[in-house]
Design a protein around this ligand. Structure first.
Ligand code: SAH
Ligand code: SF4
Length: 374
């Protein structure tokens, strides 16, 4: 089975342009791509047999060389507040099952899906349990897109084309800009009106600050950018977000302002996990104001989500409120991220607490949780 499907092209990973080329490669007219896209994204059909306007012979040929295959669900959890979490199989490596997560957060008028871009992460931020797992592998474009496709299907998004997932955030496992090759086509598929047709403000890429890739992204695509800042000076950020040693704050902010200019963006969201006694003191708030005041920037303060073995403590309610109020009073817009789905461990933060194994998430064992923006 696995070998058979490995030889097939998963159409979920192809942009409309690539799908056209694929159809032409099969000796078909390019307009077949348009028909396929309508079936896949508008009617949410994953079985070629149901694609009645394609002709029997073409359907059989497609079934032999292609597939529409989202990641396989290992488990699905629904929280009392409606948050839903899927643990998804991401293949095997070193004889171990690998898993990633996608989390859906319903809110009045919108539904946000938080998706993963890698299995594990190499960047090793001090407060992140994905980082503590180490890096396993990049997801393919089909695996990234498949998370959204699957969520829409599972949520019973109407056959009439109404969407369950209205917003996508790349804030699950992994550093999206370290998997540029797969993330860029996935972003194109999220935005394309023949596919998910999401507006650029409804697709958010969160990065820990890979500066060269931010410049590249500015050339390639227009999505909302969230940047994991977490510290207002290099000495502290070097410790919390080690990639800062290579791309310090000044360089990172220059790349951010460049991205806004190039993409006519409104603002960048800066994520800031509040760690008690580490980066939540009045002097940190004041330094942060100096960095961001007068800029097109918003700060999203994230209560730290602890996990076993982590060295940090979540800042107290009062410090969080003080930090937020100080920023706002000083002209830097700040909000505190609400945690959701606590009862199913879908709360803010990365794969917190339940990862037994430092290199891979064990399937079927306890659950993990990912960072989501409420
Ligand atoms: N790698 C990307 C995107 C995934 S992490 C990035 O770092 O931006 C998504 C967000 O969750 C980041 O802002 C990250 O810093 C934050 N995060 C990681 N671990 C966390 C934890 N234990 N508690 C709260 N937020 C956490
Ligand atoms: Fe990787 Fe983001 Fe976690 Fe840092 S915070 S280790 S970049 S997933």
């Amino acid at each position: 089975m696995a070998d058979e499907s490995a030889a097939r092209t998963n159409l979920l990973g192809l942009t409309p342009v690539e799908l056209e080329a694929f159809c032409v490669g099969l000796g078909e007219k390019p307009f077949r791509a348009r028909q396929l896209l309508t079936w896949i994204y508008k009617r949410r059909v994953g079985d070629f047999d149901e694609m009645t306007d394609l002709g029997k012979e073409l359907r059989a040929r497609l079934a032999a060389v292609a597939e529409i295959r989202p990641p396989e669900i290992v488990s699905e959890h629904v929280s009392a507040d409606g948050t839903r979490k899927w643990l998804l199989r991401a293949g095997r490596s070193d004889n171990r099952d690998q898993a990633i997560e996608a989390v859906f957060i319903p809110e009045p008028g919108r539904g946000t899906l938080c998706i993963s871009s890698q299995v594990g992460c190499a960047l090793d931020c001090a407060f992140c349990s994905t980082g503590a797992q180490g890096f396993n592998r990049n997801l393919s474009a089909a695996e990234i897109v498949g998370q959204v496709w699957l969520a829409n299907q599972r949520l019973g998004a109407g056959a009439g084309g109404e969407r369950a997932v209205t917003n996508v955030v790349l804030m699950g496992m992994g550093e999206p800009l370290a998997n540029y090759k797969a993330v860029l086509p996935a972003l194109r598929i999220f935005l394309d009106d023949r596919c998910f047709d999401l507006s650029r403000r409804r697709v958010t890429l969160s990065t820990s600050g890979l500066v060269p890739q931010i410049y590249r992204l500015a050339e390639d695509i227009n999505v909302a950018l969230a940047v994991s800042l977490h510290a207002p000076n290099d000495a502290l950020r070097d410790r919390l977000v080690p990639i800062n040693r290579r791309h310090p704050i000044k360089e990172l902010l220059e790349a951010c302002w460049h991205y806004l200019d190039a993409q006519n963006g409104r603002s960048i969201t800066f994520e800031y996990v509040l760690l008690e006694g580490v980066n939540d003191q009045p002097e940190h708030a004041r330094e942060l104001v100096k960095l961001l005041r007068g800029r097109e920037a918003k700060v999203n303060l994230i209560p730290f989500n602890p996990f076993p073995g982590s060295d940090f403590v979540r800042s107290g309610r009062d410090s969080i409120a003080w930090f937020r109020d100080h920023l706002n009073a000083s002209g830097v817009t700040a909000t505190v991220r609400r945690t959701r789905g606590d009862d199913i461990d879908a709360a803010c933060g990365q794969l917190a607490g339940r990862v037994h194994d430092r290199t891979t998430v064990r399937l079927g064992s306890k659950m993990v949780s990912v960072g989501v923006e409420a």
